[in-house]
Design a protein around this ligand. Structure first.
Ligand code: XMP
Length: 517
């Protein structure tokens, strides 16, 4: 861990972003709860610590605090916003509520007198009046002598503090957000200039070390892997195959809830494009039987999750005994469970294959659990995976089940598959596909009157849903060009029997969610 950064999370909405920014600078970073002990920190042996921002005020009764011993451990520290105030508080400075909350862009005034001093480390090469992003309600009013103040803004006399001797630094603004013009430079000043870290986190190195780790862990055993054709499970398959060859047994399950022709298309591509031996399991009958008459989204998810387990268990009959289950868990899922706020309220019980291992006697291996999604994509590129797989939109585990509102029937699945295929075809024709995060059709249990030729129709409504997102946590609806929408809606109404009206979803997340169920 020596060449890495530990980020102590005090509950900021930007904590993940700090981790991303550090990794963009090719340094490995990990988020840990602020409750971590000094002993544990020392055992992890990081090259630097970052204290994140957070929603609290240091003088609140239950404000998150750390042991002051951490400040004395000699590890270079950068405090951001709340992190700075905590350093200030633990170092005997005075913090008080600012006259008004400072939120948004501010000009950073660099203290000229200090500028030429040897402690011009954090703000090296930063120009006076650089724009910084503020979001805080407290300010520091008095500070001890062993710190110098190197930056201020109109509302914060103390916007940057530095103590070269104690290797402790702090900024009131957020260098991790893009609005802070020179945020990246400030971060790199800290990581490389102050903490002396080396930029050695690359996907090439990740692959090298992960292959060794996987081989070590699996030994002579066999591994089952649920392949879906999505970028995570596909990258995982390539990585595992490179590590343990034929000991890996990838399985692709046809739930009957996939996109049109998806099962056959993907089985073909796995074999001929990716050179993978994948066991296909046709399980549509079981899934659809279990879902008969089910309307509730949560019940659908639970039933599908359970059915996956059953089908997975059955798979051993086809592929032989296995000892390991490989899963494409990513870092954001891990962070969720370590964050100071704990896992967030269940809006939807995303089933993924997450519920599987507890019920099975397989050992779990999760080689991607240190990576963010864009890093998984980079690993895919390094492993030679085609762009087509790298850029595939995410597709939920429960598939079309959560896009058919209400009861699921084969007839509705067929209608949805046809409409969805038209949407995807036109997204590719209009060259929009690669510019959005996810695109799909939702089939509503609502019928409306229409007229086609001279004939009255009374058929279902379908919704076009196009969204952009970075990680699926928040999303914006995509302003699609009119001629594209016109083409898609015309084609669906004309070509898909049973759908006679199309609407366009203009809801972002929040307050909506991406899927309708
Ligand atoms: P929501 O609808 O929660 O979706 O805004 C966020 C992202 O997650 C996908 N999603 C799921 N993925 N199992 C999955 O594996 C699920 O049950 C599930 N529900 C939603 C959704 O497609 C979007 O990318």
């Amino acid at each position: 861990m020596k060449n890495s950064v530990l980020i102590l999370d005090f509950g900021s909405q930007y904590t993940k972003l700090i981790a991303r920014r550090i990794r963009d600078l090719n340094v490995y970073s990990e988020i840990v709860p602020f409750t971590i002990s000094l002993k544990k920190i020392k055992a992890l042996n990081p090259g630097a610590l970052i204290f994140s921002g957070g929603p609290s005020s240091v003088y609140e009764k239950n404000a998150p605090k750390i042991s002051p011993e951490i400040l004395k451990a000699g590890i270079p520290i950068l405090g951001i916003c709340y992190g700075l105030q905590l350093i200030a508080y633990l170092s005997g400075m005075v913090i008080e509520p600012a006259k008004s909350r400072e939120y948004g862009l501010a000009n950073l005034e660099i203290n000229k007198k200090q500028k030429s001093s040897p402690s011009d480390l954090l703000l090296k090469s930063i120009k006076n009046h650089s724009k910084v992003w503020m979001s805080h309600g407290d300010k520091i009013s008095k500070y001890p002598r062993d710190f110098i103040v190197t930056g201020r803004t109109k509302n914060s006399e103390v916007a940057v503090i530095e103590s070269k001797k104690r290797k402790i630094f702090g900024v009131q603004f957020h260098p991790e957000v893009v609005h802070t013009a020179k945020g990246k430079k400030i971060m790199s000043n800290f990581l490389f200039g102050i903490a002396g870290l080396k930029p050695d986190w690359s996907m090439e190195n990740f692959i090298k070390s992960t292959l060794i780790r996987i081989k070590d862990e699996i030994g002579e055993d066999r591994v089952i892997l649920g392949l879906s054709g999505g970028v995570d499970s596909t990258v995982l398959t390539l990585l595992m195959k490179k590590a343990v060859g034929d000991q890996l047994r990838p399985v692709f399950i046809d739930t009957g809830l996939l996109r049109k022709n998806e099962y056959n298309d993907l089985m073909f591509k796995f074999k001929h494009q990716l050179n993978l031996k994948v066991t296909g399991i046709r399980a549509a009958d079981i899934f659809l039987k279990n879902l008969v008459n089910i309307r509730s989204p949560e019940k659908k998810r639970k039933i599908i999750g359970r059915t996956f387990i059953d089908v997975f268990r059955q798979a051993e009959k086809k592929i032989g005994k296995v000892q390991f289950l490989a899963q494409g868990t990513l870092y954001p899922d891990v962070i969720e469970s370590v964050s100071v706020n704990g896992p967030s309220v269940t809006i939807k019980s995303h089933h993924n294959v997450g519920g599987l291992p507890a019920k099975m006697n397989w050992k779990l291996i999760e080689p991607l659990k240190e990576l963010f999604k864009d890093e998984v994509r980079k690993v895919g590129i390094e492993l030679g995976l085609d762009r087509e797989f790298i850029n595939r939109h995410p597709f939920p585990g429960p598939g079309l089940a959560v896009r058919i509102i209400g009861k699921i029937t084969r007839d509705k699945i067929k209608k949805l598959q046809e409409a969805d295929a038209i949407l995807i075809e036109e997204l590719l024709n209009f060259k929009i596909y690669d510019f959005i995060w996810q695109a799909f059709i939702v089939l509503l249990p609502v019928r409306t009157v229409g007229v086609m030729g001279d004939i009255r129709t009374y058929e279902n409504v379908a919704v076009i849903r196009l969204v952009n997102s970075v990680d699926g946590m928040t999303a914006d609806w995509y302003p699609a060009p009119y001629d594209f929408l016109k083409k898609v809606s015309n084609r669906i109404v004309n070509e898909v029997k049973g759908i006679n009206r199309i609407t366009y979803d203009l809801t972002s997340k929040p307050p909506g969610t991406i899927e309708w169920e």
